[in-house]
Design a binder for this molecule. Structure first.
Ligand code: B12
Ligand code: NAG
Ligand code: NAG
Length: 131
């Protein structure tokens, strides 16, 4: 066996094991500001798929999840409204993107819904809040 094919055999399993979905995630809609109950939606995504795709998949299979976004030239899609509630510049409200990892830690991604790539078993929290 050539050195090259031995190397291929050693590398292939690792390459395959990180490629394959489906990746389960949950999207949590939180709106304490308006006293609404927490809503949780479950979906699956392909390996390294973007959050925007997951939101569209949930919307297309669930009559009570809707969202809208606007396109920003530099930063891509900006999440404008969720379930009919829109952020408002005058009222200083917006939909904040938070992520609860499987170990319970909450973090705030430094990119929006078009760039964020969820990992398995994350809870993506869309929180209606103020700035
Ligand atoms: C102020 C600000 C906000 C404010 C905007 C309020 C307002 N109406 O003014 C609020 C608090 C709403 C905000 C939210 C978010 N922001 Co912001 N924000 C900024 C900040 C500090 C200044 C923007 C600004 O006023 N520019 C000057 C004006 C004249 O230019 P402008 O083009 O009109 O600005 C608009 C855009 O920047 C847009 N905007 C602001 N943030 C974001 C994020 C995304 C993903 C998009 C598409 C648009 C967008 O809102 C501005 C006003 O309309 C920048 C950092 C910086 N110093 O530039 C980060 C920044 C643009 N935000 C960023 C991020 C990540 C977010 C959030 C995703 C954070 C989160 N985890 O929730 C959210 C957006 C969530 C969503 N709903 O989609 C990143 C974007 C990086 C990237 N490549 O995606 C930046 C660069 C900061 C960083 N962490 O590096 N943000
Ligand atoms: C959303 O739809 C599910 C069924 O798909 C239902 O169980 C749930 O009560 C609905 N929630 C709201 C807030 O309408
Ligand atoms: C969501 O926003 C509300 C209102 O600002 C705040 O009280 C709450 O702590 C936020 N939730 C998370 C998970 O940060």
């Amino acid at each position: 066996m050539s050195a090259l094919s031995t190397l291929m055999l050693l590398l292939l399993p690792g390459t395959l094991s990180e490629c394959c979905g489906p990746v389960p995630i949950a999207v949590v809609v939180e709106n304490r500001l308006q006293g609404k109950t927490l809503l949780t939606y479950h979906t699956y995504m392909p390996y390294r798929g973007i959050l925007l795709g997951a939101l569209k998949r949930i919307r297309d299979s669930n009559a009570n999840f809707t969202f809208t976004y606007t396109e920003n030239l530099n930063y891509g899609p900006y999440l404008e409204s969720v379930n009919g509630v829109a952020g408002n510049t005058a009222k200083h409200t917006y939909w904040e993107l938070l992520v609860k990892t499987s170990d319970g830690k909450i973090m705030r991604p430094d990119v929006g819904i078009g760039c964020y790539i969820p990992s398995a078993n994350e809870n993506i929290i869309l929180n209606f809040t103020m700035y």
